[in-house]
Design a protein around this ligand. Sequence first.
Ligand SMILES: Cc1cc2nc3c(=O)[nH]c(=O)nc-3n(C[C@H](O)[C@H](O)[C@H](O)COP(=O)(O)OP(=O)(O)OC[C@H]3O[C@@H](n4cnc5c(N)ncnc54)[C@H](O)[C@@H]3O)c2cc1C
Length: 462
Amino acid sequence: MLDTADAALADLRALVGDAQVLTGEDTARFAKDWTGKWRADPLAVVRPASTAEVSDVVRCAARHGLAIVPVGGNTGLVGGTANQGAVMVSLERMAAIREVRPAARLAVVEGGAILSDIHDAVEAEGLVFPLTFGARQSARVGGFLSTNAGGSNVVRHGPTRGLVLGLEVVLADGRVLDLMSELHKDNSGYDLKDLFIGAEGTLGLITAAVVRLHPKPRHHATALAAVAGLPAALDLLNRLQTASDGAVEAFEYMPRTYMGELARLRPDLRQPFPVGDHAVMIELGGLSRPLDDVLEEVLGDALERGEVLDAMVAQDEAQRRLIWEMREAAAEITFTRLPIVDNDVCLPVDRVEAFIDRMHDELERLSPGAETLIVSHLGDGNVHLTVYPKDDDPAHLDAIREMVEGIVVDLRGSISAEHGIGLSKLATMTRRKDPVALDVMRAVKRALDPDGVMNPGKVVPD
Ligand SMILES: Cc1cc2nc3c(=O)[nH]c(=O)nc-3n(C[C@H](O)[C@H](O)[C@H](O)COP(=O)(O)OP(=O)(O)OC[C@H]3O[C@@H](n4cnc5c(N)ncnc54)[C@H](O)[C@@H]3O)c2cc1C
């Protein structure tokens, strides 16, 4: 008589073939996430090749009472894929870009398609799928939809949710929910697709999507500017929005502590002005006309007012890439030491400074000697704040998290801007999420996944 695990593995192999059920050492690259902070050994990683196979795999795992954990590029930062003994479902064999339809400004993509492959496919048509972030060469459709990822272009295009027209989802009972709409308007009942975007795999497994495309800017104007501080940066952002008719594609704030760490850890990225200044990375995207003049004029005025201290406008693609690399090194330079308390919060844009000031004051009292690293998608009020305390006692780390949350909630911000909840912010959800909202989330979870097999233990605390 086979035990449950062996019986489940035998059934899974019968469904997708022996080679597509990875076990033991073969699961190593899935067992640990990008940060290395979260690891759990799955029973198996299964790699179906079609929606029908995904459905069979989900039914089979559920029948054996096994947890089902969807995994994409495993670049999520909150422990969303860690689950000991689970059946992980990887869609890396379902990575096709099925259609690019320039006239309709949409693409139909499979759940395992890699973000940068979508970029390349639509660029050939003069279009852009405007979601971008440092992990774009690994992150997959199911992963970035399930985390409602943000990134650097949110200031112009909003987060992932607004870039999705349709979805296909395999539910916990194996049924296929076909929401593959190509429509811009559809008021026929509840908007079910939005339930699955940002659900981190707890409500179903996304197997395909219809995504919106936008015209690709033909001209980029990119700069790195040293600024006098946050109010100066915010003023610069708003002036640029007005002067460019809303063409700001990215506006990233990198305070002096960040630029200092960057100089220390990435000396190859040579900074154009003295380390010790706050910096912003700016990119304007002109659809039909160059915007260098607009950028230079606004920067010039700000220089005269003393809000900008110095600036380097990229003269060619190599300089543009250098500026982007300075920003995109953030994840790499953040996860270099322990202990850390990493926060990903969102605030009304005009309260970011109040948040940072209050947080530093309270941190000094709570955790003397703690260091911080901040980098911010300032255009949408998203602050990535990492605290490096001297004391690694878990209770102390949680006290820091609680302090940060308290200020965020007080300023009417959100405890998670773009990375999601996973395992890392469950305590925060319990403490800070509106109890009625939590009840509604639990009701939705029970309705769609009554046996709790889809990525259990994530997002919504018990
Ligand atoms: C260098 C770096 C930079 C980053 N920058 C940003 C940034 O600027 N903005 C931002 O928002 N995020 C950023 N991230 C984190 C970001 O959330 C992830 O990179 C991405 O969104 C997750 O995609 P993934 O395919 O790696 O998903 P995974 O990490 O594999 O999974 C993430 C979650 O989605 C679920 N999931 C995966 N596939 C499916 C599916 N098919 N159906 C249902 N659920 C599924 C998983 O169970 C898990 O809960 C960054 C990460 C790194 C490493």
